[in-house]
Every structure is written in C-alpha cells, then in structure tokens.
Ligand binder design. Structure first.
Ligand SMILES: NC(=O)c1ccc[n+]([C@@H]2O[C@H](COP(=O)([O-])OP(=O)(O)OC[C@H]3O[C@@H](n4cnc5c(N)ncnc54)[C@H](O)[C@@H]3O)[C@@H](O)[C@H]2O)c1
Length: 339
C-alpha cells in the first residue's frame, strides 16, 4: 500500500539578496510539498521574486502573524544568522541556515543551543554537497571505485562579488571547501596550516591557501580567492586506482584511471609511479543543487531517510571551527590541531 502524502510544509525565507531570491523562487514553485509562507527583508524585494505582494514582510513578527510557518530559510548576512535563528526558534520554526552556520564558533554554539533547546530541526546550506558532480563523486567513492583515497584538492577562485561586507574569503567561500573535504574524505579535519593575503584593502583576507589532514589520513589542500580574473570551481580526489575531477561550475565529473596493463619497461614504471589509463566523463542527471538541498531538508522535517546531503548543525559548527583554525594558522604561522 502506498504511503499517504504528508501535508504541505509552510516554508518562508529571510533575506531576498543574492542567494535568498533563489530560495524564494524555489519555495514558490515546489507545491504540493511546500506552501510558500512568505519572505522577510527590511530592504524589500529588490530582485522582484515574490509573486504575491501580501507575502512580503519587513519583520519576522509580521511574517508569523500572516499565517503558519513550519520552517524558514535564513539567508541574511552571516553575522545576522544568530539573532534571526533565535527569533525563529522562539516561535517554534525549524531552520535551514545558509552557510557558514555563523560568523564565529561562539555564535554557532549559541545558534545550535537555540534550535536544540526548542526541540527543532536545523540544517546548514552547504549547497555544494548537492552539486550533481559532487553527489556522483561521493557515490562512486562510497562504492570504493577509487580504492584508498590519498588526497583531496579544491580550487575555488574568481573575482570579488562586491557585496560581502561582514566576513573574509575564509568564512564566506572556503567554508564550502572545508565542508567538502570533510564530507568526501569521511572524517573530520585533524590539522590545518594556512597562508592568507589581503590585497583589496578590506578588513578581511581575500585569498587563502590551506593544507591539512583528516582523521582518515587523507591529505587536503584548498586554494580559495576573490582575486582571480576567471572563475574556477574544481575538486580533485586522488586515490589508489586513479583520480576524479569534479567541475562544479559545469557539473561535470571525470575519472582518470591508472593504467590496468603492466608496463613491460621497469625504468619507465619506476620513474612514473602510476601510468595513464582511460579517461571517462560521466553522463549525469543535472538537478538544481538548491532544489536538492530543499528536498533533503524537507526529508529531515518529514522523517524520511535521505541520502546524507542535509548538513547537520553540528557539521556546520565543525566547519566554522575549522575556518577559525585556518585564520589562526595564517595569523600565527603555526599548524593548528583540531581535536
Ligand atoms: N550557499 C551558497 O552558495 C551561498 C551563496 C551566497 C551567499 N550565501 C550565504 O547566504 C547569506 C546571505 O548572503 P547574500 O550573498 O545573499 O547576501 P546579500 O547581501 O545579497 O543579501 C542579504 C539580504 O538580507 C537582507 N537582510 C538583512 N538583515 C535582515 C534581517 N534581519 N531579516 C531579513 N532580511 C535581512 C538584506 O536586506 C539583503 O537583501 C550569507 O550567509 C552567505 O554566506 C550562500
């Protein structure tokens, strides 16, 4: 017998900026699973995404007075995540908080306390986990296609999106990478060393090179900046049987296999270590990552077992902690250990 369809979840969004407008678009188009409860932005609907003007509000109390709200997506500037979540949690609203979870570890802990003490669900919008190339890469890693993983290297470079005011490139962008290496490598970061650059005259750093190790003995390296004249989003996973390369801008996944055939030339074998084998670019089903993220969060709320892309608040905290260790390492010139 088929399961009865659960009632629609009433979902709202806070902040209609660069990312919030996309959340609002999706919340208005995912009926019957989600009913759009409204949007809150004191600056109004600058991008013109809210179809019904009656659903646009300037404050959270106005939103709550307008009808039921089961969950809200918090897409306000990072430093405002904590006060927004506190207000929502006090009203019994589940939260999907944009990444990074909070601007500091202390804020992240206070945010988690607000959600957990109200017995609510929370998740973090590390949307890269929902990119088709990375979803497929992780599925293939879990199927042991590459054997033992040796190293994960990410590259996330490009021009400065002239709107981030409250944090630097480590917390704004590198948190994607720190979450990814942990998720793909299947274990927490145990140590990290980093270098940063401040080249744009802002209070915060605009380039970071971070190198570290996971508890699973995987090495990682992340190159992240707002200084490059071209946009690159690439994740490489090197293992025993070859290397995966995920390009998350184009949602492409390629596998470079080590050659299976023995080389009958000892000198060449020694010099090259591994040899080049076949290269395969996989055909992927490409679904919008933000939609996959919404579905994963709705699964959590409706008690449906998902595929592990919903990022827990504790994982979000771990990533903020790691970002702070990266900044400490860069400031002190020391390798930082994370327990
Ligand atoms: N997942 C991703 O790939 C991704 C991409 C971009 C941004 N983000 C994250 O999303 C958050 C927002 O970033 P953005 O680039 O969209 O910022 P933005 O500056 O473009 O937009 C923020 C919006 O929030 C509104 N706002 C401010 N305070 C508010 C409040 N108390 N209540 C309701 N609205 C409020 C502002 O008026 C503005 O419209 C940040 O945490 C950022 O790190 C995530």
């Amino acid at each position: 017998m088929s399961q009865p369809t659960p009632p629609a979840l009433h979902g709202a969004v806070l902040g209609l900026g660069m990312i919030g407008r996309h959340h609002a678009r999706l919340l208005q188009s995912t009926a019957p699973r989600v009913a759009f409860a409204g949007a809150v932005d004191p600056g109004g609907d600058r991008h013109g995404v809210v179809r019904d003007p009656a659903r646009l509000h300037a404050t959270i109390p106005e939103l709550l007075a307008a009808g039921p709200v089961d969950f809200a997506i918090v897409a306000v500037p990072t430093e405002e995540h904590l006060p927004a979540v506190r207000e929502l949690a006090a009203a019994g609203v589940h939260v999907l908080v944009e990444k990074p979870l909070a601007a500091t570890e202390a804020d992240a802990l206070a945010l988690i306390h607000a959600v957990e003490s109200a017995s609510l669900h929370g998740a973090v919008g590390h949307v890269e986990r929902c990119n088709p190339a990375l979803l497929e890469l992780r599925r293939r890693l879990n199927a042991d296609e590459i054997g033992q993983v040796y190293a994960i290297a990410t590259e996330r470079i490009g021009p400065f999106p002239d709107r981030i005011r409250d944090v630097g490139v480590v917390k704004d962008l590198a948190t994607h990478d720190l979450d990814l290496v942990r998720w793909l490598g299947g274990a927490p970061v145990t140590q990290v060393a980093a270098q940063t650059q401040h080249r744009m005259g802002r209070a915060h750093e605009d380039l970071v090179l971070a190198t570290g190790r996971l508890a699973s003995d995987v090495s990682f390296n992340c190159i992240v900046d707002w200084l490059s004249p071209t946009k690159v989003r690439r994740t490489r996973v090197l293992g025993e049987r070859g290397m995966f390369v995920a390009d998350t801008l184009n949602a492409d996944l390629t596998f470079y296999a080590n050659a299976a055939m023995p080389i009958e030339w000892d000198a060449a074998q020694q010099a090259r270590g591994v040899s080049e084998g076949d290269m395969t670019r996989f055909a992927l089903a490409r679904r919008e990552p933000l939609l996959v993220e919404h579905e994963a969060f709705c699964d959590v709320l409706q008690g449906i077992e998902g595929d592990g892309v919903a990022v827990t608040l504790r994982e979000g905290l771990e990533t903020v902690r790691c970002a702070e260790a990266v900044l400490r390492s860069a400031a002190t010139g020391t390798t930082q250990s994370l327990a």
